[in-house]
Design a protein around this ligand. Structure first.
Ligand code: GTR
Length: 366
């Protein structure tokens, strides 16, 4: 991480016209919408809303999953857009309870067969279904590439191509398409009587974590957002970031963001925003950021700085974030009323211990 300099950091609580933001009302009606609009136009691109003809088909409903402890559902989400139709599956293991339970939706990256084996023969630490269900939460997941491939073909056969055949400067990128998928799963979760609608969190790792944060910014029905090792254009401050830069991410993954974002490749100081503002759009809902000690490409310190700065928005709601002077002991979890943080020892990755910290954080607040 480079040295933090408040003098060149856009102020979270100052509106574009210079007005200081000092109340919840001003945050919710002026500053937050301003930030959402700016990040949509300049970084992630504008996604369409919920299609009118969205359909859910429960194609598997197994009341005897995980040795009878859970109900497994496979649900297919389908819609028709002006230029084509699309469908994608998601999976959910819901613990058997007499009351509706909270749910954690994983935006799953990586190889689907390894990460999302619903037969549970292959168990990935990135989706520890048995542990999540044992803690009383539904484990829900979809695979990100079922919305749009994670390569330069991304716009030709994907949800993008169902809505439009042309792209402009602020058209949605791949991350916005993956987030759009998470919002459609949320549309379904709103209809499931076994799920507590006020306790639905979204979880992502790395590019999936950038996506989880965007989902949380765009869809306030998610009451908790978990970002694991999200790095560049996720939770890490861009201005003071070591590791991956904007020029590098745009070079390797030009399709992740909207075209407007390219203009910052060599001039990040021209950004009228930074990632503390992205994180703050979650306020006053629960936000949890996790880093890993050896994940220099993501830059744990740049993530922690953004987390601390985002706390200003929570303070408007009389909720504390992470104290400014904190330098975290690895593997220990820190939490204010609204924001949690931990730094796991080890490399980039989503581990069972990360999930257990997330659930401890929720249990103490839900
Ligand atoms: C890297 C990329 C990061 C991060 C990571 C991942 O190659 O540079 O921004 O998202 O991939 O998703 O694993």
């Amino acid at each position: 991480m480079k040295l933090f300099d408040p003098g060149i950091t856009p102020k979270l609580l100052t509106a574009l016209d210079g007005t200081p933001i000092t109340s919840q009302e001003a945050w919710a009606s002026i500053r937050r919408p301003e930030i959402v609009e700016m990040l949509t136009r300049e970084v992630y691109g504008a996604a369409p809303g919920r299609p009118d003809n969205l359909r859910f088909d429960t194609v598997v409903n197994d009341g005897d999953a995980l040795e009878g402890k859970a109900v497994l559902k496979t649900v297919t989400v389908s819609f028709e857009g002006p230029y084509g139709s699309w469908s994608f599956p998601f999976w959910m293991f819901t613990p058997k309870h007499d009351q509706p339970v909270g749910a954690l939706l994983l935006i799953c990256i990586g190889t689907k067969e390894d990460k999302l084996d619903i037969t549970r023969k292959v168990k990935s630490p990135a989706w520890p279904v048995e542990e999540i269900v044992a803690r009383g939460y539904a484990a829900v997941a979809f695979h990100y590439e079922s919305l749009a491939p994670d390569n330069t073909e991304c716009f030709s056969h994907s949800v993008h191509s169902c809505f439009s055949q042309q792209r402009s400067g602020d058209s949605w990128g791949a991350i916005a398409a993956w987030a759009w998928g998470a919002m459609r799963v949320m549309d379904y979760l709103q209809t499931d009587p076994d799920i507590n609608k006020s306790r639905i969190g979204v979880v992502g790792h790395s590019r999936g974590a950038k996506t989880a944060l965007l989902t949380g910014m765009l869809d306030t029905r998610f009451s908790a957002v978990f970002s694991n090792n999200s790095g560049c254009m996720g939770a890490a401050m861009t201005r003071f970031k070591g590791g991956e830069s904007v020029a590098q991410i745009n070079e390797r993954f030009p399709y992740w963001f909207c075209q407007n974002f390219r203009k910052y490749d060599d001039d990040v100081l021209a950004m009228p925003f930074d990632q503390h503002m992205f994180l703050a759009t979650i306020a006053p809902r629960l936000l949890y950021v996790s880093s890993a000690t050896n994940d220099e490409w993501a830059d744990p310190d740049a993530e922690l700085t953004a987390v601390k700065l985002a706390g200003e928005a929570y303070r408007l709601y009389c909720m504390n974030g992470i104290r400014d002077t904190l330098y975290p002991v690895p593997d220990k979890s820190y939490g204010g009323a609204g924001i949690g943080y931990h730094r796991r020892t080890g490399p980039h990755g989503l581990q069972v211990s990360d999930w257990m910290h997330f659930i401890d954080f929720l249990d103490a607040r839900w």
